[in-house]
Design a protein around this ligand. Structure first.
Ligand code: NAI
Length: 452
């Protein structure tokens, strides 16, 4: 009998397993595919490896701006993919080593909840049935496949790619249509544009980047247009055929020819064939309903990561996993989702935490905005010839509490955690006075914006 059985070995599952093992729980982790989940195998890490090569290539081509001439710079997509696979291999091995060091038993099978006998849950994995006192469901998410004519056929034929297959595309397509201008669409637009594809993004909304602050999203849109990426906004894809994508805009139909198309219109929680109904776990719009400690409606069953559909980010999954394990150990741990930062690893990077202007207006908050151009920042200017960016701070007019911070700049992903800490600690703009930001760093833009 295990103290805890975890289904799914992605960021939520492996992180929870490691923590629980460290705390002395007897843990079984069941994973049907590779440890590391989408994040490590077909998401965050492979895409960041690709994007780093693209950034290096772009920088090399622009070296002259910085007094560095690199002649005959070329891009080797196959070598980029080989390196990506190596990085994934090393990190996957690292996860396995950590789990083993913490006495976690790993089973490589598909798990199904059979039911409960007395105090224990019965989980089937392959030919075996395991008993656990508590269960953590961390099965992640799968891409949304819309009922658009030609999409399923396109996926089957390999003309349409998903977040997974686009990371293993043997050759850079001469032209690529990206369906959906959200996080995956924008990151892949960045890579394939740098790698030499003619990229067109078709987005249903009249803006890109979904949840990000609109002003920051618009800035990114202009930066991307300067690089030659085409955008069709307020446009809905209606049909896909091998070699072309048709979309409707303002009542008219248009067709774009392209060698490949990427489908990136969102992901949905992976709850199928898990046996949730056998045990009565409550779902809401396809996601497992959890409280802010990760508990489901069934005592002893927890859920963390994309499967609860709350935030669908790897770092949220870590936080949720931590909350579940702390709660299992008797230390109720409540997650503050307002302090979860989000990042888009485009070039320039976009990062934000807390309220955007749009969400603040929607909630009717009484707020003000402080805003500064990145051209006031020494480190940014030293490293970004002819470029600009923005830092925005939203704060409450009465309490002066910081409500949100949003940045478009190099290193934005690396500095946003300090903003998240300010929000998690419910700081006012005055509270940040005592912090020292190293000089010269891009991070100083946060304190300079607050002081502006
Ligand atoms: P998304 O939800 O970020 O964006 C999907 C976009 O597709 C939306 O803007 C939507 O308006 C648009 N769309 C939907 N139907 C459409 C249609 N028929 N025609 C045109 N546009 C349409 O989803 P995405 O990019 O697939 O990402 C999936 C998940 O992966 C997200 O939850 C995201 O948070 C996560 N992710 C996070 C990353 C990060 O944190 N850097 C990187 C990659 C993925």
């Amino acid at each position: 009998m295990f103290d805890l059985i975890i289904i799914g070995g992605g960021p939520a599952g492996y992180f929870a397993a490691e923590r629980a093992g460290q705390e002395g729980l007897n843990v079984l982790l069941i994973e049907k595919s590779s440890l590391g989940g989408v994040c490590l195998n077909e998401g965050c890490i492979p895409s960041k490896t690709l994007l780093y090569s693209a950034k290096l290539y772009d920088n090399a081509k622009q070296g002259e701006r910085y007094g560095v001439r690199a002649d005959n710079v070329s891009f080797d997509h196959s070598a980029v993919l080989r390196r990506k696979n190596k990085v994934v291999r090393i990190l996957t091995a690292g996860i396995k080593a950590k789990l083993t060091a913490n006495n976690v038993k790993i089973v490589n099978e598909k798990a199904k909840i059979l039911g409960k006998t007395g105090d224990s849950f019965n989980i089937k994995a392959g030919d075996m049935t395991y008993q656990g006192k508590q269960i953590l469901i961390a099965t992640g998410s799968v891409p949304v496949i819309p009922p658009i004519p030609g999409v399923q056929e396109g996926l089957d034929a390999g003309y349409i790619l998903t977040n997974r297959s686009i990371l293993d595309l043997a050759e850079v397509p001469a032209s690529l249509v990206i369906i959906g201008g959200g996080v995956i669409g924008l990151e892949m637009a960045s890579y394939y544009n740098s790698a030499g594809s003619k990229v067109t993004v078709i987005e249903m909304l009249d803006y890109i980047g979904g949840f990000i602050d609109r002003e920051i999203g618009d800035f990114l849109l202009k930066e991307y247009q300067k690089k030659g990426i085409q955008f069709k906004l307020s446009s809905r894809v209606t049909k896909v055929e091998p070699g072309s994508v048709t979309y409707e805009s303002d009542g008219e139909l248009f067709t774009i020819e392209a060698d490949k198309a990427l489908l990136s219109i969102g992901r949905r929680p992976a709850t199928c064939e898990l046996g949730l109904e056998a045990i009565g776990v409550e779902l809401e719009k396809g996601r497992i309903k959890t409280d802010s400690c990760g508990r489901t409606n069934i005592p002893g069953i927890f859920a963390a990561g994309d499967v609860n559909g709350v935030s669908m980010l790897a770092h949220t999954a870590y936080r949720e996993a931590k909350a579940c394990i702390n709660t299992i150990l008797g230390n109720e741990d409540i997650i503050n989702y307002d302090a979860v930062p989000s990042v888009i690893y485009t070039n320039p990077e976009v990062a934000g935490v807390g309220e955007t202007e749009e969400s603040a207006k929607k909630k009717g908050l009484d707020y003000s905005v402080k805003k500064l151009s990145m051209r006031y920042n020494g480190r940014f200017m030293a490293e970004n010839e002819g470029r600009d960016g923005i830092c925005k701070v939203l704060y409450d007019n009465q309490s002066q509490r910081i409500l949100g911070i949003h940045i478009i700049s190099s290193y934005a992903s690396e500095i946003i955690h300090s903003a998240a800490m300010m929000i998690e600690s419910k700081m006012t703009i005055m509270d940040t006075d005592r912090f020292v930001f190293p000089h010269p760093t891009v991070s100083e833009i946060i304190s300079d914006t607050i002081l502006s």
